[in-house]
Design a protein around this ligand. Sequence first.
Ligand code: IPE
Ligand code: IPE
Ligand code: MG
Length: 242
Amino acid sequence: MQNELDPDRMPKHVAIIMDGNGRWAKKRLLNRIKGHEKGAEAVRIIVRTARKLNIAALTLYAFSTENWQRPQLEISGLMLLLRRFLKSERQTLIENEIRLNTIGQIDRLPKEVRENLEAVMAATANNKKMVLNLALSYGARAEIVDMVKQIAFAAQKGAIDPAAVTPEMVADHLYTRGIPDPDLLIRTSGEMRISNFLLWQIAYSEIFFTPTLWPDFGEDEFVQILENYQNRERRYGAVTST
Ligand code: IPE
Ligand code: IPE
Ligand code: MG
């Protein structure tokens, strides 16, 4: 792979809103599920690329809390694809020392999916090279509500002082606890919105929107976006000397 990337300035955490599977299928007069199938191929490629480039964390928005409103047939198709993905990727995750983790309301997923997830998470639990974080039945507002409830209950019990709540404590009660905030957020398919993804965690992420539909997203474009990221100046509200 030829590229201009500086290995010392790679983002530690990349998060991706993988959007456009349905439109990819529609353009080809195919069923939406065909788009999701092709999208799963793109996931395989991007996971391998991220690992190869030494990115420490990759979070993929695979299914939102709002996506439960989709037709039942599409939902079950997505769940089946997820199970297939877990089965086919298990060995790759092990060989590449990638740990699987999930964020979201996992208890809402069908039992078989949960069991498959738990098995792969257990098989990869000690892997240290990269964390593949799948956002499943994920919604940032639900995550924030859960965090508020946990902190409120702890305060009610007297375990914490409400006056002593800090940003670190908030972060520690989100599903992403232990994972640094994304340095880079990518959304495919040309939509320029966040769609209830990682609201707290992206406060200072660099954002990149691409018109490419997710099934067409590949290694070359990923590398180009990383090059673009490396050319940006992250100021975090401060002034940098020129
Ligand atoms: C993203 O593709 C995958 C999921 C949300 C599960 P979409 O299914 O949203 O595709 P479009 O946006 O309809 O093209
Ligand atoms: C966001 O895409 C969720 C995922 C990629 C899983 P959607 O297609 O669900 O979002 P909207 O409806 O365009 O906001
Ligand atoms: Mg969409």
